[in-house]
Design a protein around this ligand. Structure first.
Ligand code: ATP
Ligand code: MG
Length: 175
């Protein structure tokens, strides 16, 4: 089953994390591979990566290099493309292992929208997912081809966000 969380409102990555918690609570195994996100540490990294004994069956791997083309990013786009390509290959390997019940490809919608990888490449990898397993793609700007291929799509639509009133990202709420 292919699930997509997209849209410009808050809640995509955290919804995926919640879904992973529910899976793990049922004795299933979940893996989150993050695109774009990498150098910056977020609250969930502390429970999942640094204390894996707290979360048996849930693994989080950060495979991105940070913001792409904004907020002081000085890396050539090729570096971001290489990282995204390699994360996608890793996802393919994990899908083919057939050991994870849920695989989350976090921010892969943005990575595709930013042309780090192509929608066709991503769909080619997802096609290999066994029928009884779940995959979640998160991030703004999900390509139309992903939405077409998906079984379940939720759009987080921004109605209000404190950022628009000049409030900066809050620790523990946003990262
Ligand atoms: P979260 O990780 O909180 O579930 P998200 O995955 O939906 O958010 P992203 O598009 O991945 O959101 O953006 C990541 C960061 O931007 C998070 O800190 C998030 O809180 C924040 N954010 C999300 N939506 C908005 C918005 N509409 N305006 C400003 N900041 C936002
Ligand atoms: Mg997100």
């Amino acid at each position: 089953m292919l699930i997509i969380f997209t849209g410009n409102g808050k809640g995509k990555t955290t919804a995926a994390l919640g879904q992973a918690a529910r899976m793990v609570g049922r004795g299933k195994k979940a893996l989150m591979i993050q695109f774009i996100k990498g150098p910056w540490k977020s609250g969930e990294d502390k429970v999942i990566i640094q204390k894996p004994e707290n979360q048996p069956g849930f693994e989080l791997r950060k495979r991105g290099l940070g913001f792409v083309g904004i907020l002081g990013d000085s890396l050539p786009i090729e570096e971001h493309q290489k990282a995204a390509e390699s994360a996608l290959r890793e996802a393919e390997t994990e899908i083919q292992k057939n050991t994870w019940d849920l695989i989350i490809l976090d921010e892969i919608n943005n990575a595709t929208h930013l042309n780090l990888i192509t929608a066709d490449e991503v769909l080619g990898v997802i096609k290999k997912l066994p029928k009884e397993k779940f995959i979640i793609l998160t991030g703004r700007d999900a390509p139309e081809a992903f939405i077409k291929a998906a079984d379940l799509v939720t759009e987080m639509r921004e109605i209000k966000h404190p950022f628009n009133d000049g409030v900066m990202a809050k620790i523990a709420l946003e990262f």
